[in-house]
Each structure stands twice: as structure tokens, then as C-alpha cells.
Design a protein around this ligand. Structure first.
Ligand SMILES: *Cc1c(COP(=O)(O)O)cnc(C)c1O
Length: 388
């Protein structure tokens, strides 16, 4: 599967904008569905925070995945996109009362609870509504992930989840509260993980905790291992889809499952990253002291990942006058911040004012993180069907 771009349509649109290749998205969803068909106790919830564009949510919902939400706004977006409430789960270290109430009113499948204090509040709010909240406890497994420090979440030093040494106490609390129903455990160790060994380490930890609970005769029906599968930012054409087979095989091989358990996954980036491209125009080429700057009309307000996590995105000139002549540029945006840089010393086909530039693999944590800083306009997202 190769991303092909409707360049003549691109020329008519106001830049910068996001383009989503829905053929690739559907292919990716098909690949996930194939894996799920092989292992019926596996369920996937799409992590809405990776990209909440309603057009993409509709396609993802059609494919039968559930939704993993981290705010009341995301729950609303998921419901509006047609995700059934019983396939929506709600995580997050700081759930506000109104968000818990909203989730209770919709009757979502599960709250992934991150502290004893939150558990008590959920119980109170559920009591007031004369309902029962299904809960899983998010455990911080103290498993490191080989990824950028800002997107590792499974270490004791991170704010997420309940420490392992507190697990038994919080489970006992959950079992004692009348308006919460204990379902199981939740984990999420980080994002952009490409070393399958990190997921093996998570499985080993989960097995250890399950054995400990079984010895206490605590039954865990629901096991949520989070998301985090990475994508190949360097080779969006060669590796346009993550290797879902190897990923799910890790869990098939290493988790010691009981017949009554279901395993839930929360994939975000791996579903949507490769189908998205940020498209912009070259405004100026500026000769610096010892480098050339390619100044785009897209900036960090449209795609903040390079500024926020020093993330790499492949950059291409879609409309070079001469394919054979290359030049190195620092590719930058117009925003008044020195970190507004998409790439340094990037080899591109020689560019001129007006060329269309593609910033690849931008479907996850791109449009959804856009801001209006500098009073800029938010980018529009177009899908393939709109540009035929
Ligand atoms: C962000 C997040 C995910 C999705 O992570 P990806 O790396 O995009 O797959 C899943 N679960 C939770 C709880 C998250 O916070």
C-alpha cells in the first residue's frame, strides 16, 4: 500500500491542510480485523486522542472497533460518531465530576480508574444517579518503554496509574464500594514502542499480578493492556502499516490467559499515523549564514510533534521542477518560536516558492493537537473521498 496524492486537487486548496488517505486507513483497519478474527477474546478500542476528526472516527467505527477516551469531550465525540456506549472506555488521571457524570449517563463499558480517591468519587456520583459504574484499575507496572521520555507512562516516576504495592488495597476498596463493579486491570506503558520486548515485559508483569490476585481469589475478567504500538516514521511508503501480526502474537504467546478473560487493546497512533499528511506551500527560501531555510506556511501550530518531542517526520517536495537536483534545507514554519522547525538539513528536491511540501506520517497527534497560537487558523482535514 503506497500513499498516492491527488496533487492537482491539492493545488486548489488553501494550505496548510491535512490529507487522510482513507484507502490506507481502511486497509490498516482490515489488517487489525484479521488479527481479531483469529483470537476472539481480543478486543480493540481506538484511542480517540490520536485523531478525533469526525470523518476518520466514522470510518473507524464502521470497522467495528470500540473507542478509548481520555476526556468528556472525547466521549461526546465518540458517541456522536456512532460508537455504542458499551464499547467506550474512559481513562485519564484527572477525570472531572462532570466527565464522570457524562460517562455514567451514557452507560459506558468501563472506567479505567487511576487512584483510590477517584474510585471513591465515582462511587459517590454513581450512588447519586442510582447506577453502578464498571471499573478497571489502572496499574503502573513500572515497565520502561524504549521511547521518548515525554511519552513513556509506565514507570513509577510517571503520574499515571496505581502503584503495584497499593493494588491489593485499592482492589479491596473497589470490592467494598456498593456502586462500583470491579472488572479488572488496565495498563498503558507508553507510545511509539517498536521494541516488542517492551510488550513482552508488560505481559510478564501482568502474569505476575494475575497470579498474585488469583491466590487471593480475586477474579479478573477484563484485562486492558493499553496501546503504544509504534509506526515507521522513516519509511512511510515501505512500512505503511505497522506489523500488527507480530504485535498481537506477543500477547498470544506471552499472556497466560484464563478462558473467562477478555483482553482489550487501545491502539491510537498505529491506526491513523501513516494515513495522514500535512500539506503546505513553500513561502520563501532564505539563505542563512551557512544553511538554507525552507519557510513553509505550515508551522508548529499545525503539527507540534517535532517541537514537543523532537519527533522525526519524513518531508517531501511534491512538485519539484527538477526531480534530479537535490538540496539540503532547514524546514521551518512561520510561528515566532525557535522550536518551530520540522527538520534540519533535510535533503529535498530543489524547491522554489509555491512548491507543495508533504510532511508524512502526520495522522496521529497532528491535527488533534493543532492550536491557534499567533492567531493562526486551524488546519482543515480532508479525506480521499472529498478530493476525488
Ligand atoms: C494515549 C493512550 C493510548 C494510545 O496510545 P498510542 O501510542 O497512540 O497507541 C492508549 N491508552 C491510553 C490510556 C492512552 O493514554
Amino acid at each position: 500500500m503506497r500513499n498516492t496524492f491527488p496533487i492537482n486537487k491539492f493545488r486548489e486548496l488553501r494550505t496548510p491542510f491535512y490529507y487522510y488517505d482513507t484507502t490506507l486507513l481502511r486497509h490498516t483497519l482490515g489488517s487489525i480485523r484479521q488479527e481479531l478474527a483469529r483470537t476472539p477474546m481480543f478486543r480493540v478500542h481506538y484511542a480517540v486522542k490520536a485523531n478525533a476528526n469526525p470523518k476518520l472516527l466514522a470510518i473507524i467505527r464502521e470497522s467495528g472497533l470500540g473507542a478509548d477516551c481520555v476526556s468528556g469531550g472525547e466521549i461526546r465525540a465518540a458517541v456522536q460518531a456512532g460508537f455504542p456506549a458499551d464499547r467506550i472506555v474512559f481513562a485519564g488521571v484527572g477525570k472531572a465530576d462532570w466527565e464522570i457524570d457524562l460517562a455514567l449517563d451514557y452507560g459506558i463499558a468501563c472506567f479505567n480508574v487511576e487512584s483510590a480517591a477517584e474510585l471513591k468519587v465515582i462511587n459517590e456520583l454513581a450512588t447519586a444517579r442510582n447506577t453502578t459504574a464498571k471499573v478497571a484499575l489502572r496499574i503502573n507496572p513500572n515497565v520502561g518503554a524504549h521511547t521518548h521520555a515525554n511519552i513513556a507512562t509506565g514507570l513509577s516516576e510517571n503520574k499515571f496509574g496505581i502503584a503495584m504495592q497499593d493494588m491489593d488495597e485499592v482492589i479491596d476498596l473497589a470490592l467494598s464500594l456498593p456502586h462500583v463493579e470491579f472488572q479488572g486491570l488496565h495498563f498503558h506503558i507508553g507510545s511509539q514502542i517498536l521494541d516488542m520486548g517492551d510488550f513482552v515485559a508488560l505481559c510478564n508483569r501482568v502474569n505476575e499480578l494475575l497470579a498474585r490476585l488469583e491466590a487471593r481469589r480475586v477474579w479478573v475478567h477484563y484485562l486492558n493492556v493499553g496501546g503504544g504500538l509504534g509506526v515507521d516514521y522513516a519509511h512511510p511508503n515501505r512500512q505503511s502499516m505497522p506489523d500488527f501480526g507480530s504485535y498481537f502474537d506477543v500477547y498470544r504467546t506471552h499472556l497466560k490467559l484464563r478462558s473467562y478473560q477478555t483482553v482489550h487493546f487501545e491502539l491510537g497512533r498505529s491506526v491513523v499515523a501513516q494515513c495522514g499528511t500535512l500539506v503546505s506551500h513553500v513561502l520563501y527560501i532564505k539563505q542563512g549564514v551557512n544553511k538554507k531555510f525552507l519557510i513553509l506556511d505550515a508551522g508548529m501550530t499545525d503539527l507540534i510533534r517535532p517541537a514537543l518531542y523532537q519527533a522525526y517526520h519524513k518531508i517531501e517536495n511534491l512538485t519539484p521542477a527538477d526531480e534530479s537536483s537535490k538540496e539540503a534545507y532547514d524546514v521551518v514554519g512561520p510561528v515566532c518560536e525557535s522550536s518551530d522547525v520540522f527538520g534540519k538539513s533535510v535533503d529535498l528536491c530543489k524547491a522554489q516558492r509555491g512548491d507543495l511540501i508533504a510532511i508524512r506520517s502526520a495522522g496521529a497527534y497532528g491535527e488533534v493537537m493543532a492550536s491557534e497560537y499567533n492567531c493562526r487558523t486551524l488546519p482543515t482535514g480532508y479525506i480521499t473521498e472529498e478530493l476525488l
